[in-house]
Design a protein around this ligand. Structure first.
Ligand code: NAP
Length: 213
C-alpha cells in the first residue's frame, strides 16, 4: 500500500517507518513541518498529537483516503465527526486507543474473569513523563468489569507501560498482567489494521478488539 505516515518523526512514528516499509508498504513520512497532500494514497496513519489529530484525519478522509488513527485524546465529538465524514466519503476510518495486541487481549481476558470473580482492582504503571492518570486503558478495562473498580496509578522512571488486573476470591488471587516493553509492541496492531482496512465498512470502526476474531 502507499501510506502517508503522519507523525513519522515521533517516538511511535520513527519505529513504524522502517517496519511498515519492511512489511512491503511504500511509506511517505510526514513530520511536523512537512507539507503534505493526502491525494493518491491508499491509506493514512496518524500518530501525532491530540492538538493535531482532528485536522489531519479530517483532511485525509475529505480526500477519500482510508485512515488509521493511533493518536490519543479524541473525544466522542471528534469520533462522531470522523464517522460522519468517512461515511459521506465512503471510506473506512479505524481508531484504536491501544495498538498492542497483548493489551487488548488482557482486557478481553479480564472481562471474562470479572464475570466469575467480581472483586477486582487495577494497577497501571507508566514512565514518569506520562501526565494523565489513570491511563485510558485502565479506565476502559474498569468499564468492562462489574461495580466500581479501584485503579492505582504508578509513575516511575524505568517503566514503559504496564497493567495488572487483580481478581481476589476466597483463598485465591488471579492476576492478569500485560507489559509494553518497547514501542515495537504497536507495530503488529498497526499492520493488522492496514491489512483489514480495505474490508472495513465505510465510517468509523473503534478498537483493535473488533479486528481480533
Ligand atoms: P511524539 O513522540 O510526541 O510524536 C508525535 C510526532 O508528531 C512528533 O514528531 C510531532 O512533532 C509530530 N506532529 C505534531 N503535530 C503534527 C502535525 N500536525 N502533523 C504531523 N506531525 C505532527 O508522540 P508519540 O509517543 O509518538 O505518540 C504519538 C501519539 O500516539 C500520542 O497521542 C500518543 O498518546 C499516541 N499513542 C498511541 C498508541 C496506541 O496504541 N494507540 C501508542 C503509543 C502512543 P513535534 O515533536 O515537532 O511536535
Amino acid at each position: 500500500m502507499r501510506i502517508l505516515l503522519l507523525g513519522a518523526e515521533g517516538k511511535v512514528g520513527s519505529v513504524l517507518t522502517p517496519r511498515l516499509a519492511e512489511a512491503g508498504h511504500e511509506v511517505a513520512p510526514v513530520g511536523r513541518d512537512g507539507d503534505w497532500d493526502p491525494a493518491g494514497y491508499d491509506a493514512a496513519v496518524d500518530f501525532t498529537a491530540p492538538r493535531a489529530v482532528r485536522g489531519n484525519v479530517e483532511r485525509c478522509l475529505a480526500a477519500g483516503v482510508p485512515t488509521v488513527v493511533g493518536t490519543t485524546g479524541l473525544g466522542p465529538v471528534d469520533l462522531a465527526a470522523f464517522d460522519a465524514l468517512a461515511q459521506e466519503r465512503g471510506v473506512p476510518c479505524f481508531v484504536a486507543p491501544n495498538f498492542a495486541i497483548g493489551a487488548v487481549l488482557m482486557m478481553r481476558f479480564a472481562a471474562e474473569a470479572g464475570r466469575h470473580l467480581p472483586n477486582a482492582e487495577i494497577v497501571e504503571l507508566h514512565h514518569e513523563t506520562k501526565r494523565d492518570a489513570p491511563s485510558g486503558t485502565a479506565q476502559a478495562t474498569a468499564q468492562l468489569l462489574p461495580g466500581e473498580v479501584p485503579i492505582h496509578s504508578v509513575r516511575l522512571p524505568g517503566l514503559v507501560a504496564h497493567q495488572e488486573v487483580l481478581f481476589g476470591g476466597e483463598g485465591q488471587l488471579l492476576t492478569i498482567r500485560h507489559d509494553t516493553l518497547s514501542r515495537e509492541a504497536f507495530v503488529p496492531g498497526v499492520l493488522l489494521a492496514l491489512e483489514r482496512l480495505p474490508s472495513l465498512p465505510p465510517g468509523l470502526t473503534v478498537g483493535l478488539d473488533s479486528l481480533l476474531h
